[in-house]
Design a protein. Sequence first.
Length: 548
Amino acid sequence: MTNPASSSEVVLDGGMLSIDTVYQVGLGQVMPRVTNDSLVLKQLAASKAVVDTAVAENKPIYGVTTCFGGMADVAIPNELVNASQRNLLSFLATATGEPVSSRHTRAAMLLRANVLLQGKSGVRREIIDRLIRFICADAIPVVRELGSIGASGDLVPLATIGRAITGHSSRCQILLDGQQIDGLAALKKLELEPIELQAKEGLAIVNGTSFSSAVAANCVYESQTLLAMSLAIQAMMLRALNVQHEPFAAFVHQNKPHAGQLWTAKVMREFLGAESKNGNSTNSIIQDRYSLRCLPQYFGPIVDGMARVSEVIATEMNSVTDNPLIDSVEQRFYQNGNFLGQYVAIAMDDLRRFLGLLAKHLDVQIAQLVSPEFNHGLPPSLRGDDSRIYNMGLKGLQITGNSIMPLLTYFGNPITEHFPTHAEQFNQNINGLSWTSANMAWRCVDLFQDYMAVASLFAIQAVDLRAKQELGHFDGRALLQKPLVPIYDAIYTACGEKTGQKQPFLGHDDDRWLEADLQMLKQGLKPGKGVISVIKPLVDSFKAAFEV
């Protein structure tokens, strides 16, 4: 499979896709195409032939020659098999709520195409080609956020994609060339004709976890970056607080060798220049408070957890999750429950909790930075100009941070155990809720970007003020180790400022609008932007250390 790190194209053959690839296709940075490998295409045709033979022989096959779910005891005669697949897309046209990001829809179409290429679902290549054609033409179905319980997979959202690519209805809406148009008009622009679904094909499109997995993959990618950024901001805050280095020593963590803790401590030693035997703190207390001294032990379980979540989502998004599955060698159908989204749901429940924990810890550090009782000589509320008695420093900014942090910890509560037990004639009497959990995680990612913008301003202000105290100028770069300097610079740049000024970043201008700084910083935390691009080496370190 082509590596999109060195190419703008990825060749789909049913093999493993990485989270990075899914993310890049979701952004439209990488375009997929279907392999020409004869073995892959032969396997695809073989699974379709198994379906056709079963229909011709009037075999009872769930969802093919029977109705669906709790009505599976109702037989479908041969002449109505195709109509049943069309009707499947019709009775699932029930979504509501706001549209989801097109990034998720592109990623979902990619994952569904790749999984179908494994040749265990009984579809024609034409169905897969349509999915790829829509991605490459940037023709993105409008999918709404409410309608899936992650039980038989993402039925309602995937059915929206199915209606779009087959030309099932003119009422289907598609984003194309910057406009939202009806489905048949989009097909005409793409010079395509509607497709009549054949046996099993509608079920193969809708009956899987690909959409939840796509949302989750995007969440995982963004969260890996936010984890790295959190560590960098923590390091700046710790330097501003003149933290003791001893708690980060390799000796300490070799005696509690959890992988996440070991990696976190190593990163912090590099960020703080703490490789020497003795720390450089000028604090009068013999040891720092827990949020400083226990940082590797606090971050460690989060790091381990994020690595586990990454592995779970990578496995799920590459899995064949429709029902029934087809063994074309044995000419056999397997009724199964691979479509249950439990792995995705629990992983996204965990991811939301991890983001909440990251925010809570940063909130504690901010509280220390602004409090003269705990910040070892920094101005109260990190005000930048002591000559103005009315200068309140970053009080308002802390209030904004305080308003976001409880939301993140609240969203950290699990949703998975709240499933309805009575869905669809008690057939779906356990539900994955993967769609809900993943979309909640995406909301948390967005909130955490807001919070990270707040925390970043506190970090550079604190470092600049400490530089003034120790070195007589406001250039915080002089206090930072080499790996942190590009991050510091990127924060300044994102806010339209130059580093090395003769005044503190914040607090010298009565009319400065921190609201504008926050918005620019949040944009800098978006894919490919300045702040994120400089944190990439640490993200790569995380991926390499945990093989995700």
